[in-house]
Design a protein around this ligand. Structure first.
Ligand SMILES: Nc1ncnc2c1ncn2[C@@H]1O[C@H](COP(=O)(O)OP(=O)(O)OP(=O)(O)O)[C@@H](O)[C@H]1O
Ligand SMILES: [Mg+2]
Length: 249
């Protein structure tokens, strides 16, 4: 379908005998912001890791831009993985900065070594990204010298430095205070406006989802049980499992 930048079709995955994804399907339009929500253990991180090409799956198909991943070994799909990595960036639940690199180095190194961007250009870009996430004054800090929220914002800047078309984020605001959550929401909204960035965000914060997302997809026990505008899900969820996940009884 034209205008669709991410397509997940019939994604299934088991760990041993436990099926954790049971035929998950959804599509994401270019510049759309999707919140992937649902109870803990429902499979949100697993779906994101499959879309990022970090995890093989047993059945189904994943398409991101022009890259396509199929079920089975990732080892046999090197070319597709390479194409996929050019299209998408990932911010993990545990943000995993390089521990012996400063904030600035964490942000500018991938563009230099992966994209061959000239170092001065990469540094200038990194400084402007650090500015946008409110970390310009911390550019020389090592990850262990930064707070959890600062590390998280640094990880977001690092992902943006590669100018992905699609950004996959696993709980990008879990270590942030409400003010920072608001700031990150504004930053992401502006990236969508200015750069047509497509965002797929796993979050537990329905306030964040409601403020930012065009659409929420509810994943429960490895299945999509409901999707729609976050405001509608919050006010009138149709599935009883969404109701109970939202604490609406
Ligand atoms: N490497 C693994 N080996 C075995 N089981 C796993 C593995 N990773 C995840 N699981 C299981 O798969 C299911 C889905 O996990 P996943 O991390 O995708 O859930 P989630 O929706 O992201 O949860 P949370 O909101 O707590 O982060 C869980 O039952 C989890 O225990
Ligand atoms: Mg998770």
């Amino acid at each position: 379908m034209s205008g669709m930048i991410v397509s997940v079709q019939g994604l299934s995955k088991s760990y041993g005998k436990r099926a954790v994804l049971k035929g998950v399907s959804f599509e994401v339009k270019e510049a759309e912001i999707i919140a992937l929500v649902g109870p803990s253990g429902g499979g949100k991180s697993t779906v994101l890791r499959c879309i990022a090409g970090l995890e093989p799956f047993d059945e189904g198909l994943v398409r991101v831009g022009g890259a396509e991943l199929r079920a089975g070994s990732l080892e046999l799909q090197r070319k597709s993985l390479g194409a996929l990595r050019k299209e998408s960036g990932f911010v993990f639940q545990s943000w995993e900065l390089f521990p012996h690199r400063t904030a600035l180095e964490n942000v500018y190194e991938a563009p230099v070594y992966v994209k061959r961007m000239p170092i001065e250009e990469a540094k200038a870009q990194a400084r402007s990204l650090l500015e946008r996430v409110g970390l310009r004054h911390r550019e020389n800090a090592l990850p262990k010298q930064m707070s959890g929220g600062e590390q998280q914002r640094c990880a977001i800047a690092r992902a943006l430095a590669m100018a992905p078309r699609v950004l996959l984020m696993d709980e990008p605001t879990s270590a942030l205070d409400p003010q920072r959550v608001g700031e990150i929401a504004s930053l992401l909204a502006s990236l969508r406006e200015r750069e047509a960035l497509t965002l797929l965000i796993v979050t537990h914060e329905m306030g964040f989802a409601a403020r930012l997302a065009d659409r929420a997809i509810v994943l429960c026990d490895g299945e999509v049980i409901e999707e729609g505008p976050p405001s509608r899900l919050l006010s009138a969820p149709s599935d009883p499992r969404t109701r109970s996940f939202l604490g609406l009884g």
